[in-house]
Design a protein around this ligand. Structure first.
Ligand code: CP
Ligand code: NVA
Length: 306
């Protein structure tokens, strides 16, 4: 029997597999626009579990499955016995007998790993406290649409060293591009993620200032300063003053390459991590990113299920 094809993280998949999924995402989008709509998942069912709110992930996975001819069952822990203490192991075992794959958004990365351990169908990471690989596939796709192959390009990350930052670090290694990360010292990405990048000869470096990060890059990326699955935010208030210098504004964008793009996974908090002028300006590709979630998620489902 072949191994179950999970999409737990960018660092748990090899470069060739990720490149294949991305090529499929580009292809499925082009075919969709041309009216060629292959029903690759007819009669298959995806369960989606959301422990936290979602607009893009919820809609893109649901629509992706429908557009491929399959169906989705949307669940939240409160709807299931999971919310009353049924174990993740039993939940995984039961769902595996009903559905063909499970996508989970959880505040506890370990819960997703436990689902994969106990379940027998593909598990897809729809955001955890540590990473957001589904978003990253759409993000890399968006860079390539605007700037060509991502290999050899340069990207700046500014702000909080959060789950998105970690997935960008993973992506830099697997897709072979340069990533400069600028975060306040107290919000650096976890050390083990940087060590992983180093062990894998990633072109990832932490720089001191946001100006150093954005200088002459092809793409500038940021994200909210207050993630919904951020345990730190529960125990202590976010240090907005420390993050203030990391806001992407027109002055900082002007330091990037003239044709550089601005990216953000959304939701955007204008005036915090990015000025409205940049978020809504000509270099911003945030709605392309959101649209590409749909096609990237289709390519992930195709890989897992067919
Ligand atoms: N970018 C993203 O994952 O958006 P949602 O939280 O709306 O799913
Ligand atoms: N870092 C953000 C991403 C939202 C899509 C969060 O975890 O809330």
């Amino acid at each position: 029997m072949s191994a179950v094809k999970h999409v737990l993280d960018i660092d748990t998949l090899d470069a060739a597999t990720l490149r294949g999924i991305l090529d499929d995402a580009h292809d499925l989008k082009a075919r969709w626009k041309a009216g060629d709509r292959p029903k690759l998942c007819t009669d298959l069912v995806l369960a989606t579990i959301f422990e936290k709110p979602s607009t893009r992930t919820r809609i893109s996975y649901d629509l992706a499955m429908r557009q491929l001819g399959g169906e989705t069952i949307n669940l939240s822990p409160g709807d299931m016995q999971l919310g009353r203490g049924e174990s993740i192991g039993d939940t995984a075992g039961v769902l595996s007998r009903y559905v063909d794959a499970i996508m989970i958004r959880t505040i506890d990365h370990q819960k997703m790993l436990d689902l994969a351990h106990y379940g027998t169908v593909p598990i897809i990471n729809g955001l955890t406290d540590r990473t957001h690989p589904s978003q990253l596939m759409a993000d890399v796709m968006t860079v390539e649409e605007h700037l060509g192959p991502i290999q050899g390009k340069s990207v700046a990350w500014a702000g909080d060293g959060n789950n998105m930052a970690c997935s960008w670090i993973h992506a830099a290694v697997r897709f072979d591009f340069e990533l400069k990360v600028a975060c306040p010292p107290k919000y650096h990405p976890p050390r083990h993620v940087m060590e992983w990048a180093e062990e894998h000869q990633g072109k990832v470096k932490i720089v001191e200032t946001v100006e150093q990060a954005v200088e002459a890059v092809d793409c500038v990326v940021t994200d909210t300063w207050k993630s919904m699955s951020d345990e730190r935010a529960e125990s202590e208030p976010i240090d907005m003053a420390a993050l203030e210098p990391y806001r992407i504004d027109a002055e900082k964008m002007a330091l990037a390459n003239p044709d550089a793009i601005f990216m953000h996974c959304m939701p955007i908090y204008r005036g915090n991590e990015v000025s409205a002028q940049v978020a809504d300006g000509p270099q911003s590709v945030v709605f392309d990113e959101a649209e590409n979630r749909l096609h990237a998620q289709k390519a992930i489902l195709k890989w897992c299920l067919t």
